[in-house]
Design a protein around this ligand. Structure first.
Ligand SMILES: Cc1cc2nc3c(=O)[nH]c(=O)nc-3n(C[C@H](O)[C@H](O)[C@H](O)COP(=O)(O)OP(=O)(O)OC[C@H]3O[C@@H](n4cnc5c(N)ncnc54)[C@H](O)[C@@H]3O)c2cc1C
Length: 607
């Protein structure tokens, strides 16, 4: 950064929160800005403060200037505002050291391969990605006696690296430090980037594919073989409802649900020996106890034991195709080495952002690659309570409600809670000025959140930039916004019934009320006035699906029901991209069961 850029950025960060510069936030902001946005940010900073026209103004004037960008009619300005807001407030607040540590960690479970320099490997099947889909596929194929190489773009971490400081986890374990959004900034995109993929950072909620979704999707989801794969996956992951001690967040939500007479039920979870307390609340930063049954501690261990080679920090760049058949994969390591893998078959399991990019870069997959992206857009409502909630602690997710899961044609939303760490609150909460923001963060111990997890009809698209990176277009349609609104009202009612003193939404503008007769209607009217478009209300996606979907015909899908691409024999998709539409429930078990079934079929073909 030039001196002028640095001065502008320092002044912006200090306007959002006093003390930002001393805390090293400007450098962190730049580091956390997605690579594709960095040049534009620096260009903006060059002109932001010419002649001190921002930094020399009073605090009130600078705060008003930032709010003007927040409320701008120009979406690009709102996107810049939120990038700066999140880029300042998350690094500033997400630095808390854990109050409790987990004790000595288990020894590493995997023996990964670290290629030095340029390397050539050959195998039966090359699996790209080691998350929910790739981990399962690798184990099933290796246990069938096939020689398997797993390429994983992220680094290899184990229990001893997990559960630490929030910001470190975003940097080390999340795709692009958890900072990417859709092009218009309307929705944040969260995915893991490490050996084990998103299953390392996820919240352990383990719903089987609902019967109605299976019926909607048809073959192979309605088959007996799919039943068997669901069973095998849930057994391997130890899915249970015994390790679900409700956190105070869950208890507050359940109290409200019960008083309203609404549905509430226990979450099935994939844990063995979960602590269900302060440590569990930090397991979105990886589970330091090895209790979360991610692919890192289950399927990849099985694959490793059966002889599979797991290659971390190695990103697949292209599938090698000859005579219409996949022959292998080209990849590069983070240290710049080239890795070439020759294979009889290739499994793309790089997640719904990167699988379509891999196919696109390889010139395969057809016209539906990247299309039909679903995101389960999630926004939050918070309640402030008299009693202490300590929302960062306790079981990741223990209870949920399907009260509004069916709002028509199988679409609707789930109510779930998840740990609220300072960085999470900073990401979702409105900012009016530095003082309001600081006061809100200070109230965190008394605050609880309910997430509205929407089954979306809206379809987005993953495009591939010239630099070969994913870029997401996504916009909520009116039908989905109508359901979000029902969820907003529902969550407010739950918190009212639970006894919250104040309730606020995740709109960019502070939208809140103190419960009393008739006030909720005014709150909803204010929420409507603030809007749900990009930059008006915060949404994140935790579930990326459908961008290389399976189907019955090449005219509408990328793969057939077995996961093999219509365009290229021997090339399979086995991850969340393969979903025919949004699953409506947290998708890990469905991804794993589908990969299990299709990997078994592939193994039978190759052996
Ligand atoms: C915070 C959070 C909480 C969640 N909680 C839950 C939950 O409780 N229950 C649930 O069901 N779901 C949950 N999910 C979602 C769930 O974990 C994911 O949907 C699932 O893991 C996706 O599986 P996947 O195989 O499609 O991709 P991933 O698990 O993301 O795996 C893809 C892997 O491919 C790697 N990769 C990408 N590109 C390349 C490349 N070019 N070359 C090599 N490797 C590459 C990535 O680094 C990654 O490791 C959560 C998600 C998040 C972000």
């Amino acid at each position: 950064m030039t001196r002028r850029q640095r001065r502008a950025l320092a002044s912006i960060c200090e306007t959002f929160v006093e003390g930002a510069v001393d805390a090293g936030v400007p450098d962190a902001l730049l580091e956390l800005t997605p690579r594709s946005d960095r040049r534009a940010l620096l260009a903006l900073l060059s002109v932001w403060d010419v002649g001190g026209r921002f930094s020399r103004r009073s605090r009130d004037a600078r705060e008003a200037a930032l709010r003007a960008w927040r409320d701008s009619a120009i979406p690009a300005r709102r996107r810049v505002y939120h990038g700066l807001r999140r880029g300042t407030l998350i690094p500033f607040h997400a630095r808390t050291e854990p109050e409790q540590t987990a004790g000595p960690a288990a020894p590493p479970r995997l023996r990964p391969l670290h290629p030095e320099g340029d390397t050539q490997l050959s195998c039966d099947v090359c699996v790209v990605g080691s998350g929910a889909g790739g981990g399962v596929a690798a184990a099933v194929l290796a246990e069938a006696g096939l020689d398997v190489v797993v390429l994983e773009a992220g680094a290899h971490h184990e229990d001893r690296d997990f559960g630490g400081v929030e910001l470190d986890a975003y940097r080390r374990l999340y795709y692009e430090s958890a900072a990417p959004t859709s092009i218009d900034g309307g929705i944040g995109l969260l995915a893991g980037r490490c050996v084990g993929g998103t299953t390392v950072v996820n919240y352990t909620t383990s719903f089987r594919t609902p019967d109605a979704i299976r019926a909607e999707w048809g073959e192979p989801f309605t088959s007996r073989e799919y039943d068997a794969s669901l069973e095998a996956v849930c057994t391997r992951l130890g899915v249970n409802t015994d390790e679900g001690l409700p956190s105070s967040r869950d208890r507050a939500m359940a109290r409200g649900l019960e008083r309203l007479g609404w549905h509430v039920a226990e979450m099935p979870r994939n844990t063995r020996g979960c602590e269900q307390g302060a440590i569990c609340g930090r397991c979105g930063f990886g589970c330091p106890l090895g209790a979360k049954q991610s692919t890192l501690v289950t399927w990849l261990v099985d694959a490793d034991a059966a002889g599979a080679r797991v290659v971390p920090s190695t990103r697949a760049t292209r599938v090698v195709v000859a005579s219409g058949r996949a022959r292998g994969v080209e990849a590069e390591t983070t240290s710049g080495g080239r890795v070439t893998v020759g294979a009889r078959a290739v499994v793309a399991a790089a997640g719904a952002l990167n699988t379509p990019v891999l196919l696109e870069r390889s010139g395969v997959g057809g016209g539906h690659v990247g299309k039909h992206l679903h995101l389960h857009p999630t926004t939050g409502v918070c309640g402030v309570f008299e009693e202490e909630i300590r929302p960062w602690e306790g079981t990741l997710q223990a209870l949920y409600s399907d009260q509004h899961a069916e709002l028509g044609d199988g679409y609707g939303l789930k109510y779930e809670t998840a740990p609220v760490h300072p960085g999470v609150l900073a990401a979702f909460a409105p900012w009016e000025d530095a003082r309001q923001s600081r006061d809100l963060l200070a109230r965190l111990p008394h605050l609880s959140g309910i997430g509205l997890l929407l089954r979306d009809r809206s379809e987005g698209e993953v495009q591939t930039t010239r630099a070969g990176e994913p870029r997401v277009r996504y916009r909520l349609n009116d039908a989905d916004i109508a359901n979000v609104r029902i969820g907003l009202d529902g969550a407010a009612r739950i918190f009212e019934a639970a006894g919250a003193r104040e309730i606020f939404s995740s709109h960019a503008q502070w939208t809140a009320y103190t419960p009393a007769a008739g006030r909720r209607a005014a709150f909803l009217a204010a929420a409507d006035a603030a809007g749900y478009g990009p930059g008006r209300c915060t949404f994140y996606s935790f579930h990326l699906m459908g961008s290389a979907r399976s189907g019955a015909s090449p005219s509408a899908s990328v793969t057939g029901p077995t996961g093999e691409t219509w365009s290229t024999r021997g090339l399979y998709v086995m991850d969340g991209s393969s979903f025919p539409s949004a699953s409506g429930v947290n998708p890990m078990i469905t991804i794993e069961a589908t990969a299990h079934l299709n990997a078994r079929r592939l193994a039978a073909e190759l052996t």
